[in-house]
Design a protein around this ligand. Structure first.
Ligand SMILES: [Zn+2]
Length: 504
């Protein structure tokens, strides 16, 4: 191609000043990028560079070269970005996508990204690309092997035996009594990331196996090992491990039946992602099938009949064109699924943007209100507790009241459980208000353009953000969307159940 016809592009290089290994030196990266750019019909007009600092702690956004890249592409004439390989742009595989790729695409929808070492266009919504991003293969593997060896030496040389039952969670190293995330932490993060987009244990295990990602027990990944990781609160940085019998029920195991770690440890999973994953999984339990082209099933209702619409595929066999509908079994009216999907996704992308701030302040207000009624409920339970103790003292020495004593001690136990539950909810509300959990959870869904999503992902997005859709089924259908007040609906239900209990 003639030089004059080449379109302008930016080259991005990340280098380590310490020691260049594995053919990633600046020159090799530069040459590969120049070569790939020419083959794809581009000419590199500008270079942005970052010196590699510590591995995955440094999110893409905070690197000066990335910031320069972001600003130049938004304000300049360049139409594409070339980088050497996925490991050069990111370690946390979705940070570059969320903080650079999607925001740029939003402003400049025609901008393209190329992975020069593969000489191909790069699309982070592709699952295999995500696995590659997560894994800069050999480099990471050798590092994690080295870390393991070091850990072994340390453990044996200090002469401290490993306590039985205190196995170090996958993704962490334990040096003396302190836990540190290791290179496998990226795998743990990736598992949560996939789960937050609606993928099940089996599918996640399949993806990891197909990319030959080593598992926690050095064999194949199983659905059960994925499930184990997703339910381990240690990854969210919890001091206490194994405290709750089950995440969705806030009942605590009796003291002494759970392990307490003496030292705090850095979490691998941010609080919002933990919450999101467990909310999505609850949605899945309630709403069944995820991988369906009718990704609004169970969400859409006929406005006049107040009935859930039924998905229907009326395409004749061998027909190339699809005839798929959402159908009302009562008034026999229907709407084309393509049309409805289109309307809803367009509305989502426009309205979420505008409603975000409003929603956030509403959520904060509702949480504060809940906090108040929970506090009130707590006082009332405490008063009941005192009355029971008083009654207990009254009949303490009376032999003929065994039955009563039993009833009183049972009620006391129930009230104590409720009080624990309330304290946990209040704790959780405080955390949500303080830590920007809501903003992070919205951002998680907001930034990804819907045309890049799979059915599972679209369904997850809709279940997380939409409570219900009502449709007036007529020639020009009118669609009204009832959004959720936050993606954290388990919490809402728990607060609802407790604050709706009679106060006396
Ligand atoms: Zn109807």
């Amino acid at each position: 191609m003639h030089a004059n016809n080449l379109k302008p592009a930016i080259g991005y290089i990340r280098f380590s000043s310490v020691k260049q290994t594995g053919g990633h030196s600046i020159e090799i990266q530069q040459n590969t990028i120049l070569h790939s750019a020419e083959m794809q019909g581009y000419c590199i007009k500008k270079w942005c560079k970052d010196e590699a600092v510590s591995a995955y702690r440094n999110r893409a956004e905070r690197r000066p070269g990335i910031i320069e890249l972001y600003n130049s592409i938004l304000n300049g004439e360049e139409e594409a970005v070339f980088f050497y390989d996925s490991s050069r742009v990111s370690r946390l595989f979705d940070d570059f996508a969320l903080e650079v790729y999607y925001p740029i695409l939003k402003e400049k929808p025609n901008c393209k990204f190329f992975e020069a070492s593969q000489n191909e266009e790069w699309n982070p919504s592709n699952l295999l690309t995500q696995v590659k991003l997560l894994y800069s293969y050999e480099e990471v593997l050798t590092k994690s092997k080295r870390a393991k060896d070091a850990q072994k030496t340390l453990l044996y040389s200090t002469g401290k035996p490993i306590r039985p039952g205190s196995r170090v969670p996958f993704g962490y190293n334990k040096v003396q009594d302190t836990f540190f995330p290791n290179e496998e932490a990226a795998i743990v993060y990736f598992i949560f990331h996939l789960a937050s987009w609606g993928y099940g244990n089996k599918k996640i295990a399949d993806v990891l196996n197909s990319a030959q990602v080593p598992s926690s027990n050095n064999g194949e990944w199983q659905a059960s090992s994925v499930d184990f990781i997703l339910n381990n609160r240690f990854y969210a940085g919890d001091l206490t491990w194994n405290v709750r019998i089950d995440y969705n029920c806030s009942k605590r195991k009796p003291y002494g039946q759970y392990d307490l770690f003496e030292n705090n440890h850095p979490p691998i999973i941010p609080a919002y992602l933990w919450d999101l994953v467990h909310n999505i999984r609850q949605h899945k339990k309630n709403s069944g099938k995820m991988n369906t082209p009718f990704f609004l099933r169970n969400i859409v209702h006929c406005k006049s009949c107040l009935l859930e619409l039924t998905p229907k595929d009326a395409s004749p066999t061998n027909s190339k064109k699809k005839y798929t509908y959402y159908y009302c079994n009562s008034c026999n009216q229907k709407i084309s699924s393509d049309m409805l999907h289109d309307i809803v996704l367009k509305r989502l992308s426009v309205e979420l943007e505008g409603m975000f701030d409003k929603m956030k302040s509403q959520v904060i207000k509702r949480l504060s209100d809940s906090e108040k009624s929970l506090a009130k409920q707590k006082e009332s339970f405490k008063a009941q507790q005192e009355i029971i103790s008083y009654k207990e003292r009254m009949i303490e020495n009376m032999d003929q009241h065994e039955e009563w004593k039993q009833i009183l001690s049972d009620s006391k136990e129930i009230i104590t459980e409720k009080l624990t539950e309330i304290s946990l909810l209040i704790e959780k509300i405080k955390q949500i208000k303080n830590e920007n959990l809501i903003a992070d959870a919205f951002l998680h869904f907001k930034e990804v353009p819907s045309q890049l999503l799979t059915y599972v992902e679209l369904r997850t997005l809709c279940l997380a953000l939409i409570n219900k859709i009502d449709i007036s089924l007529s020639q020009t259908p009118r669609v009204s969307i009832d959004y959720r007040f936050s993606p954290f609906f388990i919490l809402e239900n728990q607060i609802g159940q407790i604050t709706e209990m009679p106060l006396n």
